[in-house]
Design a protein around this ligand. Structure first.
Ligand SMILES: O=C(CO)[C@H](O)[C@H](O)COP(=O)(O)O
Length: 220
């Protein structure tokens, strides 16, 4: 199986995590796109979805899945999303697709976070994948200097603007031994909107696809 087939296997396994009659939290990315396509086959069994990006909203709408906003909904049972890296405590780096802020917002109103991944995303220590940080445009240089002080090498994601009209700095060279502390520290930098560490709110369930099949793991 190639990587995309593994992503699809994890994504389709996540359909079993969806409760009948519910509103589903939907992440962003190529793995999630497979999930959205699978969800289309059971759209009559759900009320609809809350989406974490314009791209996912477009795909959901094209399948005739009703979209809800957070003005209408306080809490949802489950949020399904991929990750760029996930560690043994189910802390993640996310935001490779640049949707980290809305992903974090939808995850925050979800009772369960189900992460769908191929096995290449599993790591012992987070940080090999450059950590995305969404910044207010006027603060990009200032935030970059702070990130260098923390030991990182930030690079502006060229030609990319988030759904919120902001910029992304991809921070290379961090070895993140304490993801909760790093997430908190980065959130304190003025001009940072969100960072791609999902540690304080990590995944609850991991559906991990490898050549042997999809394994369902629960956070310990
Ligand atoms: O955080 C994300 C988007 O902001 C994605 O979940 C992450 O980048 C994984 O993407 P893919 O499923 O395409 O490998």
């Amino acid at each position: 199986m190639n990587q995309d087939e593994l992503k699809k296997a994890a994504a389709l396994a996540a359909l079993k995590e969806v409760e009948d009659g519910s509103i589903v939290g939907v992440g962003t990315g190529s793995t999630v796109n497979h999930f959205i396509d699978g969800l289309a086959g059971m759209r009559d069994r759900i009320r609809g979805a809350i989406s974490s990006s314009e791209a996912s909203s477009k795909r959901l709408a094209a399948h005739g899945i009703k979209l809800f906003s957070l003005d209408e909904i306080e809490e949802i049972p489950v949020y399904i999303d991929g990750a760029d890296e996930i560690d043994g405590h189910f802390c993640m780096i996310k935001g490779g697709g640049g949707a980290l802020t809305r992903e974090k917002i939808v995850a925050a109103v979800s009772r369960r976070f189900v992460c769908i991944c191929d096995a290449s995303k599993q790591v012992a220590t987070l940080g090999k994948f450059p950590l995305p940080v969404e910044v207010i445009p006027m603060a990009a240089a200032q935030v970059s200097r702070e990130l260098v002080r923390l030991g990182g090498s930030p690079r502006l994601r060229e030609g990319f603007v988030t759904d919120n009209g902001n910029l992304i700095l991809d921070v290379h060279g961090l070895s993140i031994s304490d993801p909760v502390a790093m997430e908190t520290t980065l959130n304190q930098i003025v001009g940072v909107v969100t960072n791609g560490l999902f540690a304080r709110r990590g995944a609850d369930v991991l559906l991990l696809a490898s050549a042997g099949g999809v394994e369902r793991q629960l956070r310990d």
